[in-house]
Design a protein. Structure first.
Length: 149
């Protein structure tokens, strides 16, 4: 029982600290609501002309998820590298399967445009298939434009 006494003491101390923080915040906080001037953003003495956007584009979150995926992969590959010789073929197969799953996730994200930062590009239909009529129509000079020159 004597071994758990310091743990119990720290638990009681933590609860008292949390309760004291809430109590002090309630007693010291201002009672009235802030005015519009206090809520308004202020930067370098310039009042903003428009409100900032409320949402970030989803691509920021996709890049963050890609970072997390590869960060986790690296964290799992370090222990594998340390005990590579003890694991043998089974460990190699398991790490290859893990790496394939992560690579498929990356291919999926890239194919959905997660790393494309510009505007969305859509393929449009180009010139019709080349025929003698389309070539003649393309190089035929308009008589009205020929007279202007």
């Amino acid at each position: 029982m004597d071994q758990y006494l310091p743990v119990l003491f720290l638990l009681i101390l933590g609860i008292l600290f949390a309760a004291g923080s809430f109590l002090a915040s309630g007693l010291l906080a201002p009672r009235k609501k802030p005015t519009a001037a206090k809520i308004a953003p202020y930067e370098c003495g310039i009042v903003p002309e428009f409100e900032p956007p409320q949402r970030f584009p989803v691509r920021f979150y996709l890049v963050a998820m890609i970072f997390i995926i590869f960060d986790i992969e690296i964290v799992f590959l370090y222990p594998f590298a340390v005990v590579f010789r003890q694991l043998g073929t089974f460990g190699l197969v398991e790490v290859l399967a893990f790496s394939v799953v992560v690579f498929v996730a990356l291919v999926f994200l890239v194919s959905n445009g997660a790393l494309t930062w510009g505007p969305v590009k859509r393929l449009t239909r180009g010139m019709p298939s080349r025929t003698s009529e389309s070539t003649i129509a393309r190089i035929t000079v308009d008589p009205a434009s020929d007279r202007a020159a």
